[in-house]
Design a protein around this ligand. Structure first.
Ligand code: NOJ
Length: 746
């Protein structure tokens, strides 16, 4: 039966009004008065950010470079520093800024606190698989607690870049391919880092990055050119940034890439027109590391001076490591290429964040040694890291319910170097996590010692040395170690093999053109399969991989990503059924690299097929659909969706009601998902768009009724000017446990 919903077109404007309260007035007065005392040099100093350049608790810096920076610091020509770690270092540098510079303006210290500080949570892509916003907020809060207890004020996170390309190594740092899920996660993380009040010394300022479209680097190659249309920009790329701005994220970071011919760092369109004017954003924008200078290499700026001019005009407020503002703002002003207003605006924004952090009241607010002891890496933090690691694991395949495993009486062969790796699960961007501080899979499994678990490494993942110039030296040839591993596999009831990527194989600069298991791991897996087919394959990785062979042969596949400090315990609890897997993929897994970029919310095309005849939109050597779609993940139980009913509350609102029942033999959580398709409109719309989700626990046989309300902005789209368009039309509504659901209103 076909149910059609006609929606009447209507416009209404939401008036936004901001009444500065007295606290705001006080702040404004303070900042204006400070600004009036500042020289141009000091203003440019506030806009200048340096990497830590010497041990500030040691003797005076040596070397010309260090001496010069030190002099600038004392002159008030530095406003912020990054990568300075620990209360002692931060206090020592802050003391110079506060006591030795003319105006005593405190520094703001930033660091990449991406998925934990010392207690490591799953990498952001993994955490996103939990679809649990509350837990993600909590993990960001703990990261903030630990980082602030170590003296830090500011994290360069969350990365809210949407990406559809598994080749791009930085997908590990984001929330995947979907703008709706990505926006919700962005807000959860910002709220976690920033809390209710930035002055609270347990919170830190967040940074929505990389503005914008960094996740659309051509061919998945990091730092590469981005060329996308306005439709993709407004409807896919920008929503998570807009949500971040709305959630009052303290700062933004611009991006390395050019977009449609203009480097993002020099893009007035992005930074001034959209972010600061249209979205009325009041925080400041920091450049990415040397991204101002890189506009020269882009072929956009003639030299560093003209790069500084483009960046400041475009709205880039703070210069991270290009030395462009400190060198040239003075000249640019003298030459009347810029006005003092533009500089004042940037400085005010930076001072305002410092004010909000409470640094003017107490520059050492975050430098408390007692807090450092109490807050970092404690049992409470690790307990949350375990919770979220469990929620982040995605069960991709479980033929004949091979999982969960019995807790006793089994002979298990544990194979693969990653099974004993205590470092890789920490993932990339690991802040201050001690090396090898993760619980390995082997350590996790040992708890269930009523089974006999024997370990063999199999062939090496890497040659010696493991790294050459930051690149992993992957073993592509040496099969030694295979024999003993296969012997053990043959003698065992089950094989648990842990394969995938090293923790530093994804992240910045780690693009891959081949997304199969690196090195000879797939070959090793095939060899194991020849001697024992009862294989549980645990994948550790920072991006979707091509698992087609494994999917066709291996009965159980567990996607574990890089799960952080508590990795091994989380995995063991899933394998033995103490915890029922509930993660769902935030990114599609391709069948092969040729399908990339692949994403569920694609367009239909004029020739969607399928057809027996050749002329339709498809590959002649590959299926169109992904191996594992967005939103997909199995459980040890099954959920049944039924009774989908739609009703119109008014001309702009649809009520969606349906029933979900746990029809299996385990209690468990389901991520209930709702998708919309706009069947025709003045701009073509994707075949499905996620609009609501909820993660809910079900007991055995339990059924629940869900009521979701869809409003105008869920049904409309953004036009080329970024304005919401809502058209009369027909919509199909889907509900289910993945984007592949075909339970729909038609
Ligand atoms: C470059 C990265 O792109 C950015 O995300 C990071 O915050 C900065 N480096 C600082 O480490």
């Amino acid at each position: 039966m076909k149910k059609t919903f006609y929606i009447l077109l209507s416009f209404f404007t939401l008036a936004s009004c901001s009444n500065a309260n007295s606290e705001e007035n006080k702040k404004e007065k303070f900042i204006d008065s400070l600004l009036s005392k500042m020289t141009l040099e000091e203003k440019a100093g506030q806009m200048n950010q340096y990497n830590g350049f010497w041990d500030a608790t040691g003797p005076m810096p040596e070397g010309d470079y260090q001496k010069k920076r030190y002099k600038e610091l004392k002159n008030g020509q530095v406003g912020s520093m990054l990568n300075v770690i620990g209360v002692d270092q931060i206090r020592a540098l802050q003391k110079i800024a506060v006591e030795e510079t003319r105006l005593g303006i405190p520094l703001i210290f930033g660091h990449d606190v991406i998925h934990g500080y010392k207690t490591m949570f799953p990498i952001p892509l993994a955490e996103s698989s939990s679809w649990d916003l509350e837990l993600m907020e909590k993990s960001a809060r703990i990261a903030a607690t630990e980082a602030s207890a170590d003296g830090l004020h500011w994290t360069f996170a969350p990365m809210v870049d949407i990406s559809r390309d598994a080749r791009w190594g930085r997908v590990m740092e984001g929330a995947g391919e979907d703008p709706y899920l990505g926006s919700k996660i962005a807000v959860a993380r910002i709220n976690g880092f920033q809390g209710q009040d930035l002055k609270d010394s347990l919170t830190i300022a967040a940074c929505a990055k990389h503005f914008a479209a960094y996740g659309f680097a051509e061919s998945g190659k990091d730092y590469n050119t981005v060329d996308i249309g306005l439709q993709t920009l407004h409807n896919i790329v920008l929503p998570s940034f807009k949500a971040s701005a709305k959630a009052n994220v303290a700062t933004f970071m611009n991006s390395f890439n050019e977009i449609n011919g203009i480097p993002a760092t020099g893009s007035k369109f992005l930074q001034r027109s959209i972010l600061k004017e249209k979205w009325n954003y009041k925080g400041f924008i920091v450049s990415d590391w040397s991204s101002i200078e890189e506009m020269v290499a882009h072929g956009y700026s003639k030299d560093l001076k003209s790069a500084a001019l483009s960046a400041i005009k475009a709205g880039s407020d703070m210069d991270m490591m290009s030395y462009a503002y400190i060198k040239y703002l003075n000249n640019l002003l003298d030459e009347k290429k810029i006005s003092i207003d533009i500089i004042d605006d940037a400085v005010k924004r930076i001072l305002s964040v410092k004010y909000d952090l409470g640094l003017f009241s107490n520059p050492y607010l975050y430098c408390n040694d007692v807090r450092e002891e109490e807050n970092i890496f404690n049992d409470r933090n690790r307990a949350l890291a375990l919770d979220i690691a469990q929620e982040s694991i995605v069960l991709l395949k479980n033929d004949a319910n091979i999982l969960p495993l019995k807790k006793s009486g089994l002979k298990i062969a544990l194979l693969g170097g990653l099974a004993i790796d205590k470092d890789s699960p920490l993932g990339n961007w690991r802040a201050k996590a001690p090396k090898n501080s993760a619980i390995s899979v082997k350590e996790g499994l040992i708890k269930y010692n009523n089974n006999t678990v024997k370990f063999q490494k199999g062939p090496k993942l890497f040659k010696n040395p493991t790294f050459i110039d930051g690149h992993l030296n992957v073993n592509n040839t040496d099969t030694s170690g295979t024999y003993s591993a296969l012997k053990l596999a043959k003698e065992s009831d089950y094989v648990i093999t842990v394969l995938g990527e090293h923790g530093l194989q994804s992240g910045e600069g780690r693009s891959r053109s081949n997304i199969k298991l690196p090195g000879i791991q797939e070959h090793f897996l095939k060899e194991i399969y020849k001697v024992n087919k009862n294989i549980v394959l645990i994948i550790m990785n920072g991006r979707p991989l091509d698992l087609s062979w494994a999917d066709a042969h291996i009965p159980a596949i567990v996607e574990s990503w890089h799960l952080g400090t508590m990795s091994g315990n989380a995995l063991a609890s899933i394998l033995y059924g103490d915890c029922n897997p509930s993660g769902k993929l935030p990114m599609s897994f391709p069948r092969s690299i040729g399908q990339v970029p692949i994403y569920y919310n694609h367009k239909n095309t004029g020739r969607p097929g399928p057809s027996d005849y050749v002329f339709w939109s498809h590959y002649s050597d590959e299926k169109n659909d992904p191996l594992y779609p967005f939103g997909f993940g199995l459980s040890y139980t099954n959920f049944e969706y039924s009774n989908l009913e739609l009703s119109k509350a008014d001309e702009r609102t649809i009520n969606v009601k349906f029933k979900v029942k746990n029809i299996g033999n385990h209690s468990g959580k389901e991520v209930v998902q709702l998708y919309v398709r706009d069947l025709y409109s003045s701009q073509t719309r994707p075949v499905k768009e996620l609009k609501r989700f909820r993660k809910v626990q079900f007991q055995i046989d339990e059924e629940k009724i869900f009521n979701f309300v869809l409003k105008k902005n869920d049904l409309g789209f953004l036009n080329d000017s970024g304005n919401l368009v809502f058209e009369k039309g027909e919509y199909e509504i889907f509900v289910g446990g993945s984007s592949k659901t075909n339970i729909s209103s038609f």
